[in-house]
Each structure stands twice: as structure tokens, then as C-alpha cells.
Write a protein that binds this ligand. Structure first.
Ligand code: MOS
Length: 707
């Protein structure tokens, strides 16, 4: 599938695939029409810990249309290459590590038969006692060697206890964040077809090339024998990074077992066990300050959970090493293995939880020091990355805070502030305002792209990128058009195919920055050759680019993105109902390739922060060891009616990190700090400090009763 649009970098062009999406022309993974299809439906474990003694599939197999029942004895065996994520080893063991884990699967000629038969599979378990609750005093907590993204499990650059003891003022509080589940609009889906001496997967996937490699390893195939096609994806947020998710593996396994193409679509309920989630956290933050309001020490201890089968540790303390100056810092992660599904990447993994705690703690410190929270943050800005001493490639935190304060109409607080800085009462509501800083690291990864000039004057550009709703299909076309020096209408952009070659996934906010680099290289190279008079042969003139060396050579500057969030929040004095009346996000992330799709992504992140602050929480029921709310009726994500006025300001920023287009990531930055700004606003309004998210209506009522 190709798309064309007229473009240049920086223009707010419309989405290249917008019309295809709204008219239904865009085919998502489950909508692939493939002849001779069968359907697979997983059978979830109904115990949280134990062992499968036997699977009785006789009743299921007697259902009309049922082709096979797979269990840990009958399912195809998988290879286990080094580094294989345990969640991928579907039906390879009789052990049950969490409730909802796949213990069998039914393949049938219709989805209805497969679902019906799945309910008839009888599984006999040897159940063992389970433990699914994260507790601060859990005896099995340990410090991991490393958290996600290589952040150290424990790290410090001095004696934080001594520095805190000597500080004039110290904040020492505990903050908690809840388990949050992935709910992209499109549930995970895969159509698996064994063909052409290999495997084709139409998969809802954040990284087709990386998935192809992982799947090939598991099935003992050469990487080029697996073709992953991921043309349209209805959201991902980290849950569709298939190197760690079992859905494509089960579809491929089922297709292999029955010798026909197989489709798999998870139900919304199944996603709560199978596609990872943001783990809960319990965080103690201590910040010391001197009389002038300079931080003297920052200590951040974070407790979180993982599963029995895989150690995943959210990098909760990571931002604490970056955002503010202080002579001494310490960050410690502690994790416990519980009988729960494996948590994983979810928009701003670690940072989203850690920035909530840090930014509420800073607000508390400002209140204690009786200074303005915007001014306190600016006073603790830093010229160099605090833990490494490296210079930043660009850093616009102060500018974001100042621009935001002005735009929002922020009324400074503290000793010399007047009546206007107090919360106001109007008509049964009490209204407060809050601020928080935003931070996320900026990464990018070497990738490959191809550009081809065709004899008819058209161009074809391809890269194994994945547009999960971010606008990648549109912005890469802009980058290609700019580099080729031609109108976008003359370019066909092909994304979403692993066969296009090695490329980074849409993750870690590094999709656009990673992909635009080799697209720019290939297109400039091709344009140069054409300008030098090179002739286009009948099959076209193709150049390939690999950015790996250039990315490596780009140097050692510290790369991060920053911003600031401001919120005005009202609480109904009688009912405790909370309304976020307006939210302003000011963000700086290098060159914004497309202001329209970027703004949309910033809105999305701010809305997800609203969910983190006020709505999203998956409750685990210790009895059955299961998530009690596992659908959209009981797990609440913000809907249109929840959202007040949103405003986004994108600051111009010139980045010195050597990226040819100057791109930095925005997908995760957009969510950072928003929850803290809302919580801080609600604390301002009610006079009660909120340290636990989501803040529920009963929490607000209790706070108002104390007034
Ligand atoms: Mo994102 S959590 O890096 O897909």
C-alpha cells in the first residue's frame, strides 16, 4: 500500500492515511482477507499459580468446525534463542505463572466455534497458593542489577543521608501509582499464513522488522523467511512491541498445527492478562534544600513488581538523575516477583510514575519553603546532565516553564503573593491550579531505508517503520519530499513491512527520529546522483542507506526532551467530582516535522496523564489473583466528556545532537508531568496533599470533609 501527499518538513499537513482510515479502506491486521481461514482462541489459566496436570479436550473437539486443541503437550515446540522473553514461550511448559496465562488454545473454522469450544476445554490444575499484592514491606523485594533501558538498579553520586541531615529543609514523603493497563482502540490481532517456504504475519505491531527476527528465532527459521506486515495499527503505547507479546506466536503456532492460515484477535478482557501493563509503584522521595531554595540532595526509592517468569523493572527513578541540579543524588529500585502477568513498556515506562512522585515532591517543597513552584524549578535548573556532567544537546526546561506561566496566566505563590494566588470558590466548586515539569530521554537507533527513482519521474521510498497512530506515514513522506527536493505527490512511501530491512520499532519515542535519519540519507544520496546526471534504468535507480554509523558518530551529548504542564482543576464541594477545566502543555523537542500530527500526539499524552491522575487503575483481587476490572466499563480511560480545554505550545528548539532533520521524540514527553500538575492543582484547591494516583472521588470527598 502506498500513499502520496504534498509536503515539506515543518508544515502541518493532513494525515496521508486519514481518508483511508475514516472510509474503511485501511486494512487492519484482523481485516486481511485470506482464503481457507481458521481462527484460534486462547484458553486462559483459571488459577494464579500452579501446574497443569491434564487438559481434556474431548468435548471441545466434538464441537462442529473444531480443527485442533493445542496444549502444552500437543503444541508445536519452539526454539529458545538467547534472550528470548519468557512470555513468548506459549504452551511450552505446564507451569502456570499467573491467572489468564495461555494454557490451551482452540483452532476452528469459525470464530464462534473456536470461542464456544474454548469454553469446553477442561483443564485440571495442581493449584498452589499465590501472592499478587505489592507491599512496601514485602520480604522478597530485591534490588535488580538493572531496570528497563539500562538504568541502574541502584545508583548514587555521594552520601545522600549526610547531605539530607545537613539540609535546612527536607521533604520526605511516600507516593503511589496504580497498575494501568493498555487499552489501544484496536485490540491485538494477527493473521498468520505459512507460505512461500516461510511465514507471513499480518500483525498489529510496533516493530515489524524486530518481530520478524524474534519469530524466526522461535520457529527455527532464517530471518528472511518471516515477513511481518503491519500497515495500519490502532494504537500501541508499548503493548504491541511483539518481542515480548505472545499473540503473533500463538497465531503462527496454530496455523502451523492445522496447515491453514489462522487469525487471532484478543478480546478486550484477554488484553488485561496478555499484553503487559504499567506496574504499580510505591515511592519514597526525599529532597533537601538550603535557605536559598537550592536543592542539596535528592533521594528516590521506588518499589515495583514483576512476574515469576521474567524480570521487567520500570525505570522509575530515571528522570530523577536528569531534571534538577543537586550536589548529591541517589536512586534505588526494588522489585518483587509476584504471581502476576509480566509488566512491560507503557508510554514513558518508569518516567511516567517517577515524574509523578518527583514533581509532587517538588511542589510540596515549594509550599514548605513558601516560594513559587515555577520559580523553585527554575532556580534548580542545570547546565549539564547532573549525574554525568555531559552537556545537553538542547534543554528548554526554563523556557517551557516561563512560556507556560505567561500563557496560562500563572499567579506566583509564596511569601509575597497576595489573595489572587489562593484557590477560589465559585458556585459550589473550589478551583486550584498546579504545575509540573516534563522530561523524557531522547533516543534513536540506527535503521535502514531505500529510495528508488523510477523512469516515469516518480519515486519509491521504503522503510520498515510502523505508524501506530502517531503520523509516521505522513512525517516520513515530508522528510523524503524535502530530501529529494520534489513534491510529495511524486513519492510512494511504503512502510510497515519487515522485508524493507532493519529498522527500529515505534517505541521509546524514537520512531520518527530513528527512521527519518536513513530516509533523509537515502533520498539525499539519490537526489545527488540524479543531479550528477546518472541515468535511471528501466527497473529504477535504487539507493540504500544505513544510519548506524552516523548515529554512533553523532557524539556524546546528553539527549533529553523537556516541557511543562499547567492545570486548572475544580472540585465540587458537595460531591467531590473533579473537572480538569484546562490544561496547558509546553513542550520542546527539536524540529517538529508536522505541527498537526505532533499536536495531536501531545493532546493524546496529556489525556493519558489525565487518566493516570484521575481514572486509570486496575485492581487486583487477592482471592482469585486476578484483575477485577478488565473491560472498558470498569477500567476507565478519559473520554471526550472528561476533557476540558487543552492547549499545546511547541517551542522552537535547535538541537545539537547531529540528527540531519533535528528531530527529537515527542510520544512519551507528551504524558510526563501532566498527572503531577493535576494532582498539585487539586492539592492547591482543597488544601489537602494528594500523593496517590489515581485520585478518586472518595479521596476528594474525604479531603473536603477535613477542610
Ligand atoms: Mo513505547 S512504551 O516505548 O512503545
Amino acid at each position: 500500500m502506498s500513499t502520496t501527499v504534498s509536503t515539506v518538513v515543518g508544515a502541518g499537513v493532513e494525515r496521508a492515511d486519514g481518508v483511508d482510515k475514516v472510509t474503511g479502506e485501511a486494512r487492519y491486521s484482523f481485516e486481511r482477507r485470506v482464503p481457507d481461514l481458521a481462527y484460534v482462541v486462547p484458553v486462559p489459566a483459571t488459577v494464579a499459580r500452579g501446574r497443569v496436570r491434564a487438559v481434556d479436550s474431548r468435548r471441545a473437539l466434538a464441537e462442529p468446525g473444531v480443527l485442533a486443541v493445542l496444549d502444552c503437550e500437543t503444541a508445536p515446540r519452539l526454539e529458545r534463542p538467547d534472550g528470548t522473553h519468557a512470555e513468548l514461550l506459549v504452551l511450552q511448559s505446564a507451569e502456570v505463572a499467573y491467572r489468564g496465562q495461555i494454557v490451551a488454545a482452540v483452532v476452528a473454522t469459525s470464530l464462534e466455534s473456536a470461542r464456544e469450544a474454548a469454553s469446553l476445554v477442561e483443564v485440571d490444575y495442581e493449584a498452589r497458593p499465590h501472592d499478587v499484592e505489592l507491599r512496601a514491606e514485602h520480604p522478597d523485594l530485591y534490588v535488580p542489577e538493572s531496570a528497563n533501558a539500562g538504568v541502574p538498579g541502584e545508583w548514587s553520586d555521594g552520601d545522600v543521608e549526610e547531605a539530607l541531615t545537613g539540609s535546612a529543609t527536607v521533604i520526605d514523603e511516600t507516593y503511589t501509582t496504580a497498575t494501568e493497563h493498555h487499552n489501544p482502540m484496536e485490540p491485538h490481532a494477527c493473521t498468520a499464513v505459512w507460505e512461500h517456504d516461510g511465514l507471513t504475519l499480518y500483525n498489529s505491531d510496533q516493530g515489524p522488522y524486530m518481530t520478524a527476527g524474534a519469530v524466526a528465532g522461535l520457529f527455527g527459521l532464517a530471518p528472511e523467511q518471516v515477513r511481518v506486515v503491519a500497515e495500519y495499527i490502532g494504537g500501541g503505547f508499548g503493548s504491541k512491541a511483539t518481542m515480548s507479546r505472545p499473540t503473533a506466536i500463538l497465531a503462527a503456532m496454530a496455523a502451523k498445527a492445522v496447515g491453514r492460515p489462522v487469525k487471532l484477535a484478543l478480546t478486550r478482557q484477554q488484553m488485561f492478562a496478555l499484553v503487559s501493563y504499567r506496574p504499580p509503584s510505591i515511592q519514597r522521595v526525599r529532597i533537601g534544600a538550603d535557605d536559598a531554595g537550592r536543592f542539596t540532595a535528592i533521594d528516590h526509592e521506588a518499589i515495583t513488581q514483576t512476574s515469576r517468569i521474567h524480570e521487567y523493572v520500570d525505570q522509575i527513578g530515571a528522570s530523577t538523575r536528569i531534571v534538577y541540579q543537586a550536589p548529591v543524588r541517589r536512586v534505588v529500585h526494588r522489585v518483587v516477583r509476584l504471581d502476576v502477568p509480566t509488566p512491560g513498556f507503557m508510554r514513558g515506562p518508569g518516567h511516567a510514575s517517577g515524574m509523578f512522585a518527583l514533581e509532587v515532591a517538588v511542589d510540596e517543597l515549594a509550599q514548605r519553603l513558601d516560594v513559587d513552584p515555577v520559580a523553585l524549578r527554575i532556580a534548580n535548573d542545570t547546565d549539564v546532565e547532573p549525574w554525568s556532567g555531559r552537556e545537553f544537546s538542547s534543554r528548554s526546561l526554563v523556557e517551557a516553564l516561563q512560556t507556560g506561566a505567561e500563557r496560562f496566566g500563572w499567579i506566583p505563590r509564596g511569601a509575597r503573593s497576595g489573595e489572587a494566588a489562593r484557590p477560589r470558590r465559585e458556585d459550589g466548586w473550589i478551583v486550584g491550579t498546579g504545575v509540573a515539569a516534563a522530561h523524557h530521554p531522547d533516543y534513536r537507533f540506527g535503521s535502514t531505508a531505500r529510495a528508488r527513482a523510477l523512469p516515469d519521474g516518480r519515486f519509491e521510498v521504503q522503510i520498515a517503520a510502523s505508524d501506530i497512530g502517531t503520523g509516521a506515514r505522513t512525517v516520513l513522506l515530508q522528510v523524503a519530499a524535502d530530501a529529494l527536493g520534489v513534491a510529495g505527490e511524486r513519492i510512494s512511501l511504503i512502510i510497515g513491512h519487515s522485508a524493507s530491512g532493519q529498522a527500529m520499532m515505534a517505541g521509546g519515542s524514537m520512531g520518527t527520529s530513528s527512521w527519518s535519519w536513513p530516509v533523509d540519507m537515502a533520498c539525499r544520496d539519490l537526489a545527488g546522483r540524479l543531479a550528477a546526471g546518472e541515468r535511471i534504468p528501466p527497473e529504477g535507480l535504487e539507493v540504500r542507506a544505513d544510519s548506524a554509523e552516523a548515529v554512533k558518530a553523532a557524539g556524546e551529548l546528553a539527549r533529553h526532551t523537556f516541557g511543562a504542564s499547567f492545570a486548572e482543576v475544580a472540585a465540587d464541594v458537595r460531591t467531590g467530582e473533579v473537572r480538569v477545566r484546562r490544561m496547558l502543555g509546553v513542550f520542546a523537542a527539536g524540529t517538529i516535522v508536522n505541527a498537526r500530527t505532533a499536536r495531536s500526539q501531545f493532546y493524546g499524552g496529556m489525556i493519558m496523564a489525565h487518566g493516570q491522575a484521575l481514572l486509570e487503575r486496575t485492581e487486583i483481587d487477592p482471592g482469585p489473583g486476578d484483575f477485577a476490572n478488565h473491560d472498558l466499563a470498569s477500567y476507565h480511560v478519559p473520554a471526550n466528556a472528561d476533557i476540558g480545554r487543552l492547549e499545546v505550545v511547541m517551542l522552537d528548539e535547535h538541537d545539537r545532537s547531529g540528527h540531519p532533520v533535528g528531530v527529537k521524540g515527542i510520544g512519551e514527553l507528551s504524558m510526563m508531568g501532566g498527572a503531577a500538575a493535576i494532582a498539585n492543582a487539586l492539592s492547591h484547591a482543597t488544601g489537602h496533599r494528594f500523593r496517590d494516583v489515581p485520585i478518586r472521588i472518595e479521596d476528594v470527598r474525604a479531603a473536603l470533609r477535613r477542610q
